[in-house]
Design a protein around this ligand. Structure first.
Ligand code: 5AD
Ligand code: SF4
Length: 492
């Protein structure tokens, strides 16, 4: 038996990092590592980092300052603490991290997680270890699976990575450099992972990937399968009641995927479809490979397939060369689409990406002003969408206890959190809830007697909110800004 050691993993950034952190913990479990929720008592601390936006590296260095003090205090008490930096900052900075933060023992990129036990042994033997290769072997083949009890503890809604990396090379984005080329996992492996999750009680699965709808993994017939086909296969798995996928690129929204939103009821009516900008000039400079009209046409086709589809997006303001007119086009796009929510960011030059070397970088103050205006527009959209749900009955998958005793929280089909006074025994179940109130982006409701959600949704008719969201003028000062949630729910 290995001696028990304590592991603390802190994840930054996207859902894929959260998933990767879980898989690191799973890989280390057979080595005797037990995960704990704070750094204080840990023998091994892993910071799983994100490099996508501003000050990512600086944040990690200041976090490492705190970890160094913990390490020194532990050493004074005769206990060794190993500090590891993983993820995209590790990939981008490599050995530089150990030069700047000598307390770090181990640096490894997103493709090396399966080698963690070896890397730890190497760090123990040689003092330090760095691994930022893109190996040819498939890390997913080597990553351990969690036990049923561990899976249950992680909740009834799970993420499964089906695709990683990106070949799009949008000019603002560091992902193709840190996560590498696009690769898709084979269908059989994904299905096996979801079956294990379902056996442990998982009811909802979100398929994740940086460019998930470019999925083309090998099917059981040894031919590439599209994401739509994969979703259809997942929908047939017993125990899985809800499916989602994120993050999608508009160019890869194939016709069979659009049709899947019409034909597969288990695919929830919510889609994260980042547009980044509403201006064709900016979209071209970003090398997004689609125009505003392409995007709007796509939205139209998606809503034809699934009229109640709630759309969310990512936006960047202040991309180099963005004029007032370009920005006005983004604002008008927001109202034209009518989003149920969106994340918005100030452009941040990422070293090594084409955008960083473009002239006409936009002043910080202008970026801040535009961001505030965009967030107000998004908040208006979101408030309109949430208000349109009041009085409706929707299915909620209950995930955990609520903030107040007697309350439990779950998600609506549109991914909104819904708080309900109901027995904790309903956690893990789907129940029909009538929405009674909205506050701060949360919905409140009461259990409904019927088990199906409203006929409006079941019949796929267009919801009322889209018609009145476009010209709302009353800002909603109480709604939290989109930026705060950052990309809690996005795949990138
Ligand atoms: N600056 C600002 N936002 C960025 N994003 C990606 N790269 C940058 C950058 N350099 C945003 C995009 C993407 C989301 C995950 O992060 O909107 O969709
Ligand atoms: Fe790829 Fe998305 Fe980054 Fe574009 S923004 S390069 S599609 S990960």
């Amino acid at each position: 038996m290995n001696k028990t050691r304590k592991l603390y993993v802190k994840s930054f950034g996207c859902q894929m990092n959260v998933y990767d952190s879980q898989r690191m913990a799973d890989t280390l479990a057979p080595e005797g590592y037990v995960e704990i929720s704070s750094a204080g008592a840990a023998d091994l601390i892993i910071l799983n980092t994100c490099h996508i936006r501003e000050k990512a590296a600086e944040k990690i260095y200041s976090e490492l300052g705190r970890m160094r003090r913990l390490k020194e205090a532990a050493a004074a008490a005769g206990r060794r603490v190993v500090i590891a930096v993983a993820g995209c900052v590790a990939q981008a900075e490599g050995e530089e991290i150990i030069r700047r933060a000598p307390a770090v023992d181990l640096v490894f990129g997103p493709q090396s997680y399966h080698r963690l036990p070896d890397l730890l042994a190497r760090a123990e033997r040689d003092g330090k270890a760095v691994d930022t290769e893109f190996p040819v072997d498939d890390k997913f083949d080597r990553l351990a699976s969690p036990s049923s009890a561990v899976t249950r503890g992680r909740g009834v809604a799970a993420f499964v990575t089906v695709q990683e990396g990106c070949d799009k090379f949008c000019t603002f984005c560091v992902v193709p450099y840190t996560r590498g080329a696009e690769m898709s996992r084979p269908v059989i492996k994904i299905v096996a992972e979801i079956e294990r999750l379902a056996e442990a009680g998982v009811r909802e699965v979100t398929l994740i990937g940086q460019n998930v709808n470019a999925y083309h993994g090998e099917g059981p017939d040894e031919r590439p399968w599209s994401l739509a086909r994969l979703l259809a296969r997942c929908a047939a798995l017993p125990g899985i009641d809800r499916l989602r996928y994120t993050t999608s690129h508009p160019r890869d929204m194939a016709n069979d995927l659009i049709a899947a939103h019409r034909d597969i009821p288990k695919i929830m009516p919510q889609l994260h479809l980042p547009v980044q900008s509403g201006s064709d000039r900016v979209l071209a400079a970003m090398k997004r490979r689609h125009t505003r009209a392409d995007y709007l046409d796509l939205v139209g086709r998606l809503r034809e397939a699934r009229p109640d589809l709630a759309l969310t997006s990512d936006f960047i303001v202040g991309f180099p060369g963005e004029t007032d007119e370009d920005f006005a086009a983004t604002l008008s796009l927001v109202d034209e689409v009518g989003y149920s929510g969106a994340f918005s960011f100030k452009y941040s030059p990422r070293p090594g990406t084409p955008g960083a070397n473009m002239s006409a970088q936009v002043k910080e103050q202008i970026k801040s002003e535009r961001l505030a205006r965009l967030q107000a527009a998004i908040d208006n959209n979101q408030a309109a969408f949430n208000r349109s749900c009041v009085g409706r009955t929707v299915d909620v998958l209950f995930e955990r206890p609520g903030r107040h005793p007697g309350q439990i929280v779950g998600r609506s089909p549109y991914l909104q959190p819904v708080q309900v006074e109901a027995p904790a025994s309903l956690i893990g179940e789907i129940a029909a809830v009538t929405i009674t109130e909205v506050a701060s982006n949360s919905l409140f409701g009461v259990l409904a007697s019927s088990s199906r959600y409203d006929t409006e949704v079941a019949e796929h008719s267009a919801p009322a909110w889209r018609h009145h969201s476009a010209h709302r003028t009353d800002p909603s000062p109480n709604l939290p800004s989109q930026a705060r949630e950052k990309f809690e729910r996005t795949g990138v």
